[in-house]
Ligand binder design. Structure first.
Ligand SMILES: [Zn+2]
Length: 232
């Protein structure tokens, strides 16, 4: 689904199986963000083909964080020229927890190669400028991508429409998550493109969503932390 002249959005809408949203920036360098589960790649491929896009045309794959429903699919590009980039802490985390996930799900996680370790700062690719923003809290090595030319924030599982990422998973931390949310609020965002659920378009709507989410965080997470309760 085309959202902007050079931005494609592939929402995951199945109610029976979890997977992430995927985004493609089309240009001199074709960029794919979060390929999702390996065993569900055929669904993404089918949708992209409908838009005249092919996996083999992807030059750069960016991953927001090391959860299997976002990262596994990068294995497809293992043997290709495509550059795969994730944060170093994310890569270390996924290798550390590989056996944990395999035991928990009963599935084998594919092995994959990483070409570049992302750092906070500016990434330039095919005439596009992408700010890599370090946003831990939901997962170690989590990053958000702010595409400056189109003012699109790819927020992974840090912030969604009307909610925020879980912080009860291994390596998660609610205090870091709050700091990450606060870091994103000041950005001048026209399109919020989260890892799950709908996108939000319009500067005002995005700002309003940030305030709703921060308010919700204060009301629930911070309150229970002050009361020394456990919130899941
Ligand atoms: Zn996640």
């Amino acid at each position: 689904m085309k959202v902007l002249p050079n931005l494609y959005f592939y929402p995951w809408e199945s109610m029976t199986e979890n997977n992430c949203n995927t985004f493609v920036i089309k240009g001199k360098t074709n960029i794919l963000i979060d390929p999702g589960h390996y065993h569900l790649l055929h669904e993404l491929q089918r949708k992209m083909t409908g838009d005249g896009l092919s996996f083999d045309d992807i030059d750069l794959v960016l991953v927001t964080h090391p959860h299997p429903d976002h990262i596994e699919g990068i294995a497809y590009w293992n043997s290709m020229d495509t550059v795969v980039a994730i944060h170093k802490e994310a890569h270390e985390f996924i290798e550390k927890y590989r056996s944990f996930w395999e035991e928990a799900t009963g599935k084998t996680m594919p092995h994959f190669n990483v070409d570049i370790f992302l750092k906070e700062g500016t990434l330039r690719a095919g005439g596009n400028t992408i700010q890599v923003i370090y946003t831990p809290g939901h997962a170690p090595g989590s990053v958000c991508f702010f595409w400056e030319e189109s003012k699109v924030l790819f927020s992974g599982d840090v912030v969604f429409a009307q909610s925020f990422g879980r912080f009860d998973l291994p390596g998660a931390d609610p205090v870091l998550l709050l700091q990450s949310l606060e870091k994103l609020v000041s950005l001048d965002v026209d399109v919020l493109a989260p890892g799950h659920g709908p996108i939000i378009q319009g500067k005002g709507a995005v700002k309003e969503n940030f305030y709703i989410v921060l308010g919700l965080f204060q009301q629930t997470v911070m309150k229970s932390m002050q009361n020394n309760e456990t919130t899941l």
